[in-house]
Ligand binder design. Structure first.
Ligand SMILES: [Zn+2]
Length: 136
């Protein structure tokens, strides 16, 4: 599939803002026509109270997103390389996070250098322990 050039340019510019030298990645929340950007983020390094930690572009995006997630939202993930775009399928941790957040569609560059749309919705049931509602 082809991606709107303006979206690609914005994704590349966002990825280049990454603090990480080797992997410059951006994640954009797009409307269903993939023309409008709802929110964007890049992978980043934060300073905690004791040490630095990095967060992935998808994690940062979900933390910044202020619009409700609906079925039509598409998360576009872009990896900036010297030669252009590189494979950008989310890691397993981000994939799980996107799914439990209610994201249904992601778009990324696959191993064959083609942009691919993937439906990631699951039927899942929470089967763990109850989380504490308050910490006192
Ligand atoms: Zn990740």
């Amino acid at each position: 599939m082809t991606i709107n050039q303006n979206i690609l340019d914005m994704a590349r510019a966002e990825a280049k803002q990454s603090d990480l030298k080797r992997a410059k990645i951006s994640a954009l929340a797009l409307d269903k026509r993939m023309r409008n950007i709802i929110c964007k983020a890049h992978n980043a390094i934060f300073m905690g109270s004791k040490k630095k930690f990095s967060i992935h572009a998808e994690e940062y995006l979900l933390s910044k997103l202020r619009k409700p997630i609906d079925d039509s939202m598409i998360i576009f993930i872009y990896r900036a390389t010297a030669g252009g775009a590189g494979c950008s399928r989310p890691c397993n941790k981000c994939m799980k996070l996107l799914i439990i957040s209610g994201i249904k569609n992601i778009c990324y560059m696959d191993e064959d250098n083609n942009y691919t749309m993937e439906r990631i919705a699951w039927n899942f049931t929470y089967c763990g322990f109850q989380l504490p509602l308050s910490i006192t």
